[in-house]
Design a protein around this ligand. Structure first.
Ligand SMILES: [Zn+2]
Length: 133
């Protein structure tokens, strides 16, 4: 008998980061940007956060995840986010998949349409876009 895969657990940090990400995405929309945001978290603390700045910067590569990853690497002064979690409010596009260090875990905070009482939304963990592992 097939069983559905277990739902990932959501702890208080995950919930707080997802809600923060959604709030940032709404702020991006208020600023006239595309409504996307990303938050990078390490050991329960925010490393950095970013919104999509494609329109403001007139740069098609300034997706929220790409901006956050660049800032996170700069702030941590290293070339890997292997012990970090990236929270985003949408599934990553091809550009963001390529920009994301393969070992960082991506968590999505997407609006949930199937359950009216969910504030944080769907929670998915995508360890790696490139390898699917
Ligand atoms: Zn993207």
């Amino acid at each position: 008998m097939d069983r559905a895969p277990a739902e990932p657990t959501i702890d208080d940090v995950d919930r707080a980061m997802m809600e923060r990400c959604i709030a940032l995405a709404l702020r991006a929309a208020d600023l006239g940007e595309y409504p996307y945001a990303a938050v990078i978290c390490r050991h329960g603390k925010v490393v950095c956060e970013a919104i999509n700045t494609v329109r403001h910067d007139r740069d098609v590569s300034h997706h929220a995840e790409v901006v956050a990853i660049s800032e996170g690497l700069r702030r941590l002064n290293r070339a890997s986010l292997e012990d970090c979690t990236i929270y985003a409010n949408a599934e990553p596009c091809a550009l963001c998949c390529c920009a994301r260090p393969t070992s960082a875990v991506l968590c999505l905070a997407c609006p949930r349409h199937s359950q009216a009482d969910s504030r944080a939304g769907t929670f998915l963990q995508i360890p790696s876009c490139r390898t699917g592992t």
